[in-house]
Unconditional design. Structure first.
Length: 301
């Protein structure tokens, strides 16, 4: 049945964890259809070939797949760690095929302490050759839309958190294989309605992180968004404010093919001993929002 799914529902797995293949094997029976491997800021000297073989052995014959590989550092600057992040992008692009995926994701990086505008020339310098390198191997690159506490004027990690920045980025490097790793949570934290944005940008969305948000509007209206009281919380899908039935409909309407991978480990309530309870609830919920089990149309001869 898995081959009939145009949108898979899965979860994130730490590629730098002690035993990613064992972790996947343990949670596969819950019904996850895809896994996004994430590597933090660097690859930490991981043997990607060995990792790919161990994971493919677990996935073989299950219908589940690796949806993407992600690295979340700053490849635009030149500290030793930043250069390691850049080498990580190159290695993941070169070896994505070993994992059966054509998608590598991460932060754009930015020039620390400077504006998004000031970071764009460096973005072009780094990602124009990376986009070419990826295209030569049939690989797409997707930028996570997390603000990482930055704004237009300053930040440490990422410029790809604002639709105005997306326009500038894709104008600077107009490559068909550059897109977004999008999630509604990061929009809602900025009090953006994710659905109109999704309608406009779905052709550039290559991967979706399954993360939701709860906004406490009483806090917003009484204290604003810069005071000491938290006004919004990252949530596991099914526990937040987002209507994922509408969201998946918009993805389908816009021609999205790919995975929605649950980004756990953020929910303030379904955490610790309740982490996997929350993730499996999200899996069931998102499958229902997708339309439930696939039902073939009747064939009358």
């Amino acid at each position: 049945m898995h081959h009939t799914l145009d949108i898979k529902i899965g979860t994130l797995v730490q590629g730098t964890g002690p035993n990613p293949a064992g972790y996947i094997k343990q949670i596969l029976p819950y019904g996850f259809e895809s896994f996004s491997l994430t590597f933090g800021q660097t690859l930490s000297n991981i043997d990607l070939k060995h990792l790919a073989i161990s994971i493919q052995e677990v996935l073989d014959g299950t219908g589940a797949s690796i949806s993407s590989l992600g690295i979340y550092g700053n490849p635009l600057e030149e500290t030793p760690q930043d250069l390691e992040t850049l080498h990580g992008w190159e290695a993941l692009i070169d070896q994505a095929h070993l994992f059966g995926t054509d998608l590598v994701s991460g932060f754009t990086g930015r020039l620390r302490g400077l504006s998004i505008d000031a970071s764009l020339p460096r973005f072009k310098t780094i990602f124009e050759p990376l986009a070419r390198r990826a295209a030569d191997q049939g690989v797409r690159l997707a930028f996570e839309n997390c603000r990482m506490e930055g704004d237009w004027r300053s930040g440490d990690w990422n410029i790809a958190h604002d639709p105005s920045a997306w326009e500038l980025m894709f104008d600077a490097v107009p490559a068909d294989n550059l897109g977004l790793e999008w999630e509604p949570c990061h929009q809602m934290l900025n009090l953006i309605d994710p659905l109109p944005q999704l309608r406009q940008w779905v052709p550039k969305i290559f991967h979706v992180h399954g993360k939701d948000c709860t906004i406490k509007w009483d806090i917003v209206k009484t204290y604003g968004v810069h005071g000491p009281k938290a006004y919004a919380f990252h949530r596991t899908p099914g526990f937040g404010d987002c209507n994922w039935t509408d969201l998946i409909s918009e993805l389908r309407w816009g021609g999205f093919r790919g995975a929605i991978d649950i980004e756990g480990w953020h929910d303030p309530i379904y955490r610790d001993a309740l982490e996997m309870t929350g993730q499996v609830h999200a899996l069931t919920y998102l499958k229902r929002c997708r339309g439930g089990d696939f039902v073939p149309n009747p064939f009358v001869s």
